[in-house]
Design a binder for this molecule. Sequence first.
Ligand code: ADP
Ligand code: NA
Length: 333
Amino acid sequence: QFTPRVFSGIQPSGGLTLGNYLGAIRRFVQMQEEDYETVYCMVDLHAITAKLLDPAELSHNTRELAAGFIASGLSPDKSILINQSQVPEHAQLGWIFNCVARMGWMSRMTQFKDKAGKNAEKVSLGLFGYPALMAADILIYHATHVPVGEDQKQHLELTRDIAAKFNHDYGVDFFPMTEPVIEGAATRVMSLRDGSKKMSKSDPSDASRINMTDDADTIAKKIRKAKTDPDALPSEVAGLADRPEARNLINIYAALSDQSVDAVLRDVGGQQFGTFKPALAELAVAKLGPISEEMARLMADPAEIDRILAKGAGQAREITAPILKRTYEIIGM
Ligand code: ADP
Ligand code: NA
């Protein structure tokens, strides 16, 4: 009954990292080539929930994120690429969902608890309501599939709870039960200086982070300085247990070279990091170098990026306007 349609978004809250690329954007590109309509979004309304950003910084981040999407292979001819604030139906359905979601449901969101910490009185109302807006981002397209990291699983469950309550309370079968498409732990890229923390664009204090705008020398230097242990690499996966830094570098190598971890270990087992790190750096530069060059080329013409996003907003509204109209009719508006 529902068209197979993918929606996903990334916050323009800082520069893109290798983690965003391997964990999210690569999957976005794959799904674009499969039998789905694909909608990918710079979620700028979400980017101000943690703190109000400098306006010039926010608009720069949004364009840079769009450049990163396009340079990685997302094509404005195959996917709808949008900036969330330019498609007003997201926020309009978000309000309705604020009235569908229950305080108790929202209070159980672990990401809110993590982000708010002990400071829950001081964070914005938007941070608390974020998952209801995220549900609207997805359901305003009747999206059937959402590729996300494991950290977003609970928000997808909330999206289904909101859809189910709306459908039940109004006696309709209007919103789909959206499926998350979750990458396994192997595509979770960890920090190069602490193998127990994820590499994140939202953590400005981590200078070891590999940014998608880094040049070849910077990438090579960051990999050379990555924390490791003194042992040689194992030739089997079991040998990576209790060696989070080694496991992370092997995972990155496997992801960048499209090989299984087993296959990589068969090749590099027995090597010292002094041999393995330059090979990893060479691979990372070969994969990311062309993307960062293309990003720089695109960023030199911001008007062209704005044009692509404006076109995407027009295409998006052909989907979102009728769905919002029907939602209002169901409610009696
Ligand atoms: P960040 O923490 O870098 O600000 P976001 O929360 O905006 O990232 O997440 C954007 C997408 O990138 C999500 O689908 C998320 O699961 C994925 N992602 C973020 N960091 C990583 C990582 N280190 N490894 C794998 N995927 C990641
Ligand atoms: Na497609």
